[in-house]
Design a protein around this ligand. Structure first.
Ligand code: ADP
Ligand code: MG
Length: 357
């Protein structure tokens, strides 16, 4: 009647399962995450850096009015030198490749999910998305002509203004990781709905979503809205995993039932997440999901093994079969059974270490 095996059943599976995950580069911080992951029905994925390589490159600079593209790049790069955003890095790298020397800027301000603003000499420079430009009342109609064609192929569009007049447009491309598409297909086959969440423009987001087979997207979201969106899904009764890499994903990662951070992501994202994928590749989620259901099955088997011995042996020991058959349970057999139940639970849990995920 000593329930050792019952006490071992769950922790053994979780421990072995967590270890199995670590060998695949899936670091599970919170054991509960291993339990919940199998129940997740919606996975919300940040686009930049999670679905895509997160290393955008400048592919084109369009000039509006009479500015030449080098001037636009120089101004934008001087300002973006202060920002850690991947788009900022792309602009700075392009300027350096063209051999530009970047001066310092003054009164630099960075608005997450929007863009940056600052002064270079006597000029006020603003670099950012449409919403950011509109918030300064900058007229973008001169650009309307041909930016859509870039967005339709999944390129990013950033506007550059000098003294509140649109001066140029910087087009960037960030390709999807090779593993993203197969990973999404597998998750969808497992019955999980995949939602793309991005601060980027809707047309750009749609083009990339289409390429990856994602049907549900939410674009133009601010970092604080990412968190809000997760909460809404949860209120609809969904069990949500959020996958992200950036500082701006941290609140959403913490709010989701399970937060999954990319290993190459920012420290704050990793800190807020329950699971970190060392490989920074979405196939890790497919594996983690599989590992989670295998671990849950293993726990159930263990509970059955642990409980089975007791359920069978205790009634016999009590003498249930004695009146009819004269059978009693010798204490020797009882103690062997008691040890066996623990051994079988441990052996069953250790099987988890050998599974293919
Ligand atoms: P994501 O959710 O895709 O990681 P963000 O929320 O960081 O994207 O940014 C959303 C959009 O805001 C970007 O696509 C870009 O147009 C604009 N933006 C953000 N930061 C900057 C920056 N430092 N410079 C220029 N534009 C920026
Ligand atoms: Mg990101």
């Amino acid at each position: 009647a000593c329930p050792c095996a019952l006490g071992l059943a769950t922790p053994m599976s979780i421990m072995v399962g967590t270890g199995r995950g670590a060998r695949e580069g899936i670091l599970i911080k919170d054991a509960a995450a291993l339990e919940i992951l199998a129940k997740v029905d919606t996975i919300v994925v940040d686009k930049t850096g999670t679905l895509t390589k997160g290393r955008p490159q400048v592919v084109e600079i369009l000039n509006v009015a009479d500015q030449d593209s080098n001037t636009i790049l120089l101004y934008a790069a001087t300002l973006e030198k202060n920002s850690e955003h991947p788009l900022a890095t792309a602009i700075v790298e392009e300027a350096q490749q063209r051999g530009m020397k970047l001066e310092e800027s003054q009164s630099f301000i960075s608005i997450p999910g929007r863009g940056v603003q600052g002064k270079i000499g006597n000029n006020v420079i603003i670099v950012g998305n449409e919403a950011f430009m509109h918030s300064f009342g900058i007229d973008l109609s001169a650009a309307a002509m041909n930016i859509d064609q870039y967005r339709q192929v999944g390129h990013g569009v950033m506007f550059v203004s000098i003294n509140h007049v649109l001066a140029g447009i910087i087009i960037t491309a960030d390709s999807a990781k090779e593993s993203t598409k197969p990973a999404i297909q597998k998750l969808q086959q497992q019955g999980v709905e995949v939602v793309m969440l991005t601060g980027d423009n809707e047309t750009t987001a749609k083009a990339i979503a289409k390429e990856l087979g994602i049907t549900k997207i939410k674009a133009n979201v601010l970092p604080t809205e990412k968190y809000e969106y997760i909460r809404q899904l949860q209120q609809q009764g969904k069990i949500v995993a959020m996958v992200g890499d950036g500082v701006n994903d941290a609140p959403a990662l913490a709010q989701a039932n399970i937060g999954i951070a990319m290993g190459n992501g920012s420290d704050i994202a990793i800190e807020s997440a329950d699971i970190t994928l060392m490989s920074a590749d979405l196939l890790g989620i497919v594996k983690a999901h599989h590992l989670s259901s295998m671990s849950m099955d293993n726990i159930k088997q263990n509970l059955f093994l642990a409980f089975g011995y007791n359920a069978l042996a205790i009634p016999i020991a009590v003498g249930l079969l004695y009146p009819m058959f004269g059978i009693l349970l010798s204490p020797v057999i009882a103690s062997v059974a008691m040890a066996l139940s623990s051994v079988s639970v441990i052996l069953n849990a250790v099987r988890l270490a050998k599974i293919k995920i």
